[in-house]
Design a protein around this ligand. Structure first.
Ligand code: ZN
Length: 290
């Protein structure tokens, strides 16, 4: 069984032909053997070309397939534009309507901007994990951090009751102690140097989890295959399968992240219980979904 913790609907890419509605999403899930998908909202942030995928769109799509689709809500931390903005009226409504997480959180702000810390804390108070995208400062969207991820560490310390789910090129580039400057927003290849920020922070802070979705998660797990297996084994209690499929036409082939977990199982690369945790059990436990 698979739970995809990182799905999308709407027009994520500019091409209208790639619009994903609930029916298209279910078709992908059926093609890839995915039982449930977390549908992450995108449109609350002004960064990027995200259309028709705000929290209301997500709730409407999930309402059509309540046994298959799990809604995540999104709030922009600049709403109210104060470090003490009270978001509880939104968080109360969204949790009452079934939202299980906050994401995909990707404003182009410092990870520990006071407005972000304020929202992380309040999301944690409502039991919502924060699934974030981290990008390099050169990119147009995504949370920003310095080398070694000190701002993420600051947030983990400041918001101990909030679970953070890491995702995105810069987050995963920091799996290695050696982060090439020209690849920090990309997909660095080759051996992982020991002592990277991501394993250090995941080891130190129980509230840092990660999804292994998208090209960035796939690259981090496969660029140094033996390291990837050791990483999956060590953090088997806080890593979650995901796709981050953003196009309707993705249904035409097996998504790389799906092929990756299938291969883990088919080639017995990890013990059965570790594979099950990554495939679905960790997500079911974190999000309290059956
Ligand atoms: Zn995404």
């Amino acid at each position: 069984m698979l739970i995809d913790v990182h799905g999308h609907i709407g027009r994520v890419l500019p091409d209208r032909r790639e619009f994903i509605d609930a029916v298209n999403l279910i078709a992908k899930m059926d093609a890839w053997g995915i039982a449930k998908t977390c549908v992450l909202a995108l449109s609350e942030h002004p960064e990027g070309a995200y259309l028709e995928s705000d929290t209301e769109d997500v709730l409407a799509a999930c309402g059509r397939y309540p046994d298959r689709l799990i809604p995540f809500c999104l709030i922009d931390p600049r709403y109210g534009n104060r470090p003490d903005m009270d978001f509880s009226h939104l968080l109360e409504e969204y949790t009452a309507r079934g939202c299980k997480g906050l994401g995909e959180f990707l404003p182009k702000l410092d990870f520990d901007d006071q407005r972000c810390l304020n929202l992380y804390r309040q999301a944690g108070d409502f039991g919502l994990p924060v699934l974030f995208d981290m990008q390099d400062r050169t990119e147009g969207y995504g949370l920003r951090d310095d080398y070694g991820l000190p701002r993420l560490e600051h947030a983990l310390q400041n918001c101990p009751d909030t679970v953070f789910v890491g995702h995105g090129p810069t987050f995963w580039a920091e799996i290695s102690a050696d982060v090439p400057a020209d690849q920090r927003a990309g997909y660095p290849k080759g051996p992982v140097a020991p002592g990277g920020a991501v394993p250090r922070l995941m080891r130190t802070y129980p509230n840092l989890w990660a999804d292994i979705s998208a090209g960035s998660g796939y690259n981090a797990m496969t660029r140094d295959p033996s390291f990837g297996i050791e990483f999956l084994d060590e953090f088997q209690d806080k890593l979650m399968f995901g796709t981050d499929s953003c196009k309707r036409s993705d249904v035409d082939s097996v998504y790389p992240n799906v092929a990756f977990v299938r291969e883990l199982r088919d080639r017995n690369k990890l013990p059965e219980d570790a594979i099950e945790k990554i495939e679905w059990r960790n997500a079911a436990q974190l999000l309290d979904v059956g």
